[in-house]
Design a protein around this ligand. Structure first.
Ligand code: NAP
Ligand code: G4F
Length: 337
C-alpha cells in the first residue's frame, strides 16, 4: 500500500483551513492541524469532518499550538515530519490589525519566520523529508498599487496586517533562495464562503440580510461601500494552494477571479438574492468600520496561475453571493424567495 502523504496546517480552524482539510483528506493525505487553546469551542468549522465516513481519527489529527510559540511548532514538525506545511494561521482581520498591530506582526509576520526556521533546522539536523511550505500571502500586499495586480506588481501595504504579510512574503522568498526550501507564496485575493468569518464584509452582509429577512434586525451598519474587491469562492482557492506545492519548482502565484465589484454591489446583489427590495431602507453608515488607510481596488491578473497551475476560478460574483445568502437564509429558517 502506498504511504500516505502527511500535511500539517496552521489555521486549520479557519475558513480556508476547513476547506483544505476536506480537500487533502479526499486526496488521501494524513492531515495534522494546529489549534489554539481557547476557553470556548473553536472547532465548529471542522467538527463535521470527524463524523465524515472518509475521515477517522487515524487520518485527521489536531495538536495544540500557536504561531507565537516557536518551541511547540518546532516539536510538532519534528514529531509529525510532514511532507507539506500550509501556513494559514494569522490574525487575519485588516481593520482589527490597526487596533492590535504588535500582536498582528507577531503572529501574522513572525509566525511565518518561526515555521520556516523550524523547517530549516529540521533539514539541517538530518530530517529525512524535504518539507514543502505554503504561505498564505494576500492581495492586501498590493494596497494602493492600481489594478490589475500580478506577481510583478509593486507592493504598497496599507495596514499593519499587510505589513506583517509583507514580512512573511519576503521571508518565504528568502528561505527559498537562501536555504533551498520548497516554499511558495499564494497571493490570494479575497475569497469567501458560507464558512467566512462573520465580521468580514461579505458574511456580515449575507448574515445581516438573513437576519432582516427573518425579522430579527432592522438595520445593517457598514463602513466604506465604495471599496472594490476581487471576490472568489474559498474551496477553489485551496485547490490552487495544493497545486502550488505539486509543481516541479517552487514559485509565487496570484489567485483571483479577475473581476472586481464594490461593497455596494455586494449589498445590492445580496438583498436582491433574498427577495428584499429597497436595500437603502436597511443599510446605515457607521464610521467605526472605516480604516485609517483603505485599499480601494483589487483585481487579480491570474495569467501565471492559468498557465502553470492550469487553475481558473469557476464561481463568479453573482453565484458566490447566491451561495452565501441561501446558506444564511436557511440558517435563519427563511424560505428562499
Ligand atoms: P480565518 O478564518 O481568520 O482563520 C485564521 C486561522 O488562524 C484560524 O484558524 C485561527 O484560529 C488561526 N490563528 C489565529 N491566530 C493564531 C495564532 N496565534 N496561532 C495559530 N493560529 C492562529 O482566515 P482565512 O480566511 O481562513 O484565511 C486563511 C489565511 O489566508 C490567513 O493567513 C489569511 O490572512 C490569509 N488570506 C485570506 C484571504 C481571504 O480572503 N480569506 C485572502 C488572502 C490571504 P482560531 O480559529 O482559534 O481563531
Ligand atoms: O471583508 P473585509 O474586512 O476584507 P479585507 O479588508 O479585504 O481583507 C480580507 O481579504 C484580504 C485579501 O485581500 C485578506 F488578506 C484578509 O485576511 C481578509 O480576509 O473588507 C473588505 C472591504 C474593505 O474595503 C472594508 O473597508 O469592505 C469594506 N467594509 C465596509 N464596511 C467593511 C465594512 N469591512 C468590514 N469588515 N466590515 C464592515 O462593516
Amino acid at each position: 500500500m502506498a504511504v500516505k502523504k502527511k500535511a500539517l496546517i496552521s489555521g486549520v480552524t479557519g475558513q480556508d483551513g476547513s476547506f483544505l482539510v476536506e480537500l487533502l483528506l479526499k486526496k488521501g493525505y494524513e492531515v495534522h492541524g494546529i489549534i489554539r487553546r481557547a476557553s470556548t469551542f473553536n472547532t465548529s468549522r471542522i467538527d463535521h469532518i470527524f463524523q465524515d465516513l472518509h475521515a477517522d481519527k487515524k487520518t485527521f489529527h489536531l495538536h495544540y499550538g500557536d504561531l507565537s510559540d516557536a518551541n511547540t511548532i518546532r516539536k510538532l514538525i519534528q514529531k509529525i515530519e510532514p511532507d507539506e506545511i500550509y501556513n494559514l494561521g494569522a490574525q487575519s482581520h485588516v481593520r482589527v490589525s490597526f487596533d492590535i498591530p504588535e500582536y498582528t506582526a507577531n503572529v501574522t509576520g513572525l509566525g511565518t519566520l518561526r515555521v520556516l526556521e523550524a523547517i530549516k533546522d529540521y533539514g539541517e539536523s538530518g530530517g529525512k523529508k524535504k518539507i514543502k511550505f505554503y504561505q498564505a500571502s494576500s492581495s492586501e500586499l498590493f494596497g494602493s498599487t492600481p489594478p490589475p495586480q500580478n506577481e510583478l506588481s509593486p507592493f504598497h501595504p496599507r495596514s499593519p496586517y499587510a505589513c506583517a504579510k509583507a514580512f512573511a512574503y519576503y521571508t518565504t522568498v528568502n528561505y527559498r533562495e537562501a536555504y533551498g526550501i520548497f516554499a511558495c507564496n499564494g497571493i490570494l485575493f479575497n475569497h469567501e464562503s458560507e464558512r467566512r468569518g462573520e465580521t468580514f464584509v461579505t458574511r456580515k452582509i449575507t448574515l445581516g440580510v438573513a437576519r432582516i429577512a427573518a425579522g430579527l434586525d432592522k438595520k445593517l451598519y457598514l463602513g466604506n461601500l465604495d471599496a472594490r474587491r476581487d471576490w472568489g469562492y474559498a474551496p477553489e482557492y485551496m485547490e490552487a494552494a495544493w497545486l502550488m506545492l505539486q509543481q516541479a519548482k517552487p514559485s509565487d502565484y496570484v489567485i483571483g477571479t479577475g473581476e472586481s465589484h464594490s461593497v455596494k454591489d455586494f449589498v445590492v446583489t445580496a438583498f436582491a438574492a433574498a427577495g428584499i427590495d429597497n436595500w437603502k431602507k436597511y443599510v446605515e453608515f457607521d464610521k467605526r468600520y472605516l480604516r485609517p488607510t483603505e485599499v480601494n481596488d483589487l483585481v487579480a491578473d491570474t495569467r501565471k496561475a492559468a498557465k502553470v497551475l492550469k487553475w481558473k476560478a469557476k464561481t463568479k460574483f453573482a453565484e458566490l453571493v447566491k451561495i452565501m445568502v441561501a446558506h444564511d437564509l436557511k440558517k435563519h429558517g427563511v424560505e428562499k424567495p
